[in-house]
Design a binder for this molecule. Sequence first.
Ligand SMILES: [Zn+2]
Length: 164
Amino acid sequence: MRPLTEREIRAAFVNCTKGEAKRLSIPRDLAERPWDDLDFLGWRDPQAPGRAYLAIELDGRPTAIALRCPGAASWQTRRSMCSMCMTTHTGGVSLMTAARAGKAGQQGNSVGAYICSDLACPLYVRGKKDAGVGARMPESLTLEEKIRRTVTNVTVFVAKVAAR
Ligand SMILES: [Zn+2]
């Protein structure tokens, strides 16, 4: 994806208040992120363990969402599959929920999905990050197809949150 700046990311949040978007933690190493290998940028909030964020381009526009994920205990030992990139980890997948944008979110509406806890799906798909033995099921899909599938899954999820 195209590298994003901190300013672009903060302005791209659709499901939190402007104040929250201004204060939340953006990675300091944006310039060193492997953008060529990223279909989206995902990160955990180092200041708030139960929070994570994801930024992707939706219809050519940067779109970012804030996610909540439970504490470690509930998922730490279970073996589960990321519904975005189809990587299986032991304890590396979290149920993440995002309040929907606008009125729906204010009324408590949210969307949830099982996602790699470190949000590094693009790197797992490309084999640039290892999730351990048995992490990938044998599939006849090419790398391109797996990338496209992951992008589709994330896009659908973010679009649901953004209500677009
Ligand atoms: Zn994943």
